[in-house]
Design a protein. Structure first.
Length: 164
């Protein structure tokens, strides 16, 4: 499954991110990457109000970011992208709380998560208890005896050729 994300709609819903940060887009991308890796998924994120000369598409591994030029909106770019997907949109999930964008996704049978719902999904992902590292098993009494025999076969003297 691939996520289609309305970036500036999602950012205010994520604790620690604000639209006023200069690097809010990169912070969102950095936050999403481990989540997508764990979910074996990808995302296409749309950000509107790209700075002059910064509009266009960039790849960030599992994430493609579309920086929509001034004069256009991420909403219209998302709707256009969903229309281009046609039937393949059924394999996508839109992340946006914008009702107009949701209507476009619904028309092409894409799944929909509000920005708040997706934010909660991310929060649960990051709050998961880390999986404990596999522990080493204890040696059996027979294995301990084998090691003792091996080390004791030379007594207190090292084998020939290993004298300092």
């Amino acid at each position: 499954m691939q996520y289609i994300i309305d970036g500036h709609n999602l950012i205010p819903n994520i604790r620690g991110l604000t639209l006023s940060d200069l690097d809010d887009e990169q912070a969102l991308i950095d936050l999403l990457t481990p989540f997508l890796r764990a979910k074996k998924s990808r995302a296409m994120i749309f950000f509107d109000r790209a700075a002059t000369g910064q509009a266009g598409q960039r790849n960030f591994g599992l994430i493609k970011a579309v920086f929509v030029p001034a004069g256009q909106t991420a909403d219209s770019a998302i709707a256009s992208y969903i229309r281009q997907l046609k039937g393949a949109s059924q394999n996508h999930t839109l992340v946006s709380s914008d009702r107009t964008v949701q209507a476009s996704a619904r028309a092409y049978h894409a799944a929909i998560l509000t920005s708040q719902e997706f934010s909660q999904l991310l929060q649960r992902f990051y709050e998961q208890e880390p999986q404990p590292a596999p522990t080493e098993r204890a040696l059996s009494p027979e294995e301990v005896k084998q090691w003792e025999d091996l080390f004791n076969q030379y007594g207190s003297q090292p084998p020939d050729g290993l004298n300092p």
